[in-house]
Write a protein that binds this ligand. Structure first.
Ligand code: G16
Ligand code: MG
Length: 215
């Protein structure tokens, strides 16, 4: 029996990926190279330092740990500037309605994000109160595809991982959920087919009972 839904933030509740991309790309450009939006897919759900390491590898650049920390901090400053204006208008279609319907159905809700900025973002979006539990990149130390972020969610909700459904837009996130033994719903069109137990373009046309019957 399904007891909880765990939601990824970026790509499921809101689209912050474009701001991450903009900030990482600005950094890469300053280092003298560029990378495509297609490549950016590989950074979705992946933590800040792991993302930086991947990007530096694409650019063929080796840096000291201190330089990496400085660059990650710089990227975050730009990212924070870009997300300053985030508001309820930036919720993805159906996100708020789906969260409300989930709670009405008596299903618990958690946020399971790799982002250290996840909590201020859900505050700006006006949906923080719709999550029973919030797991962000400060609580979870291992980056997706490690299952830690979702296992912490289940544990704080006090439910068995096997009775959770995870909503994710990234490959690393689906792998993390599967590693936790959870059901998966892939959101968006970027995931390879057949990866998630069930796939939908957005939360807009879903209801909790449809999801539960499909996974
Ligand atoms: C998000 C994004 C990733 C980002 C990561 C860390 O995860 O998808 O691209 O690198 O968080 O973010 P920050 O630098 O803000 O700590 P999620 O799990 O919400 O998709
Ligand atoms: Mg995501």
């Amino acid at each position: 029996q399904i007891k909880a839904f765990i939601f990824d933030l970026d790509g499921v509740i809101t689209d912050t990926a474009r701001y991450h991309f903009k900030a990482w790309r600005r950094m890469a450009n300053e280092l003298g190279f560029d990378f495509s939006e297609e490549k950016n897919e590989e950074l979705k759900g992946v933590g800040r330092l792991e993302s930086l390491n991947k990007i530096l590898q694409w650019g063929g650049i080796t840096l000291s740990e201190e330089e990496k920390i400085r660059l990650a901090e710089q990227k975050n400053q730009w990212y924070l500037q870009y997300i300053q204006e985030v508001s309820a208008n930036d919720l993805l279609p159906g996100a708020r309605e789906f969260l409300l319907a989930t709670r009405e159905a008596g299903i618990k809700t958690a946020l399971g994000s790799a982002s250290k900025n996840a909590i201020p973002i859900v505050e700006k979006l006006g949906v923080k109160h719709l999550f029973d539990v919030l797991i962000d990149g400060n609580k979870a130390t291992k980056s997706k595809p490690d299952p830690e972020v979702f296992l912490l969610g289940a544990s704080e909700l006090n439910v068995d991982p096997l009775s959770c459904i995870v909503f994710e837009d990234s490959l690393a996130g689906i792998q993390a959920a599967k590693g936790a033994g959870m059901y998966t719903v892939g959101i968006g069109y970027m995931l390879p087919k057949g990866i998630a137990d069930f796939q939908a373009g957005s939360l807009e046309f879903l209801t909790p009972s449809i999801v539960i019957s499909e996974v």
